[in-house]
Design a protein around this ligand. Sequence first.
Ligand SMILES: *[C@@H]1O[C@H](CO)[C@@H](O)[C@H](O)[C@H]1NC(C)=O
Ligand SMILES: *[C@@H]1O[C@H](CO)[C@@H](O)[C@H](O)[C@H]1NC(C)=O
Length: 192
Amino acid sequence: MRRFRLRDVQDVAVCLSITLYICDLAGAISIQSAQRSLTRSVQEDVFFSLDVSCVGIPTIQWNFMSGAVSRTIGTWQPGVYSNITLDYSSRVRPYDNGSMGLSDLRLQDAGYYVVTVTETEGSSKDTGFVLKVNEVLYEDLQYLSVSALALACVAALLMLLMWLLDKAYRRIVAWRSRRQMPENNATELQPL
Ligand SMILES: *[C@@H]1O[C@H](CO)[C@@H](O)[C@H](O)[C@H]1NC(C)=O
Ligand SMILES: *[C@@H]1O[C@H](CO)[C@@H](O)[C@H](O)[C@H]1NC(C)=O
């Protein structure tokens, strides 16, 4: 029994030291991110918040993936250089902590965003974000129904105004004819 226990303890110790060794190797780079799944609407902005820490200056590379499409968004080293792909240059903002801001979203921006952090020594680590982009169809419909309602109100007001004007005109005509022919209007104009 004692031998078994001793072996178990030894095995656990070996396992622990291997784990610690692996942790130490991978632990050189740390990527902190709170939210990995984001939903935005077309034309809105998104901020992929990260906090990268490692030995030396990290190289941060962001890639986009969706279905068969895979492209590099940009690569930067805080304080050294920043290379954003032409397609994204007007919409992407790189941050020193590895974060990336993407503005004026389009439907095609929906997909996976993978950030790869590489240390000076060459080891690297990555993390992914999922972005969903919603259409703003609902707001368009709302806008359309509001404008239709406004137009209907204007039309109703115009009709009311025309009806009032018509009534006033008839009254004026009747009043005038009554004044012009005071001798025989009494019987003629009674139905009005
Ligand atoms: C990264 O930096 C940006 C800008 O300074 C900040 O807004 C953001 O919160 C930071 N992200 C994290 C996870 O600390
Ligand atoms: C910038 O990135 C593009 C594409 O990733 C690459 O072809 C180009 O060589 C890079 N330029 C610099 C100055 O690093």
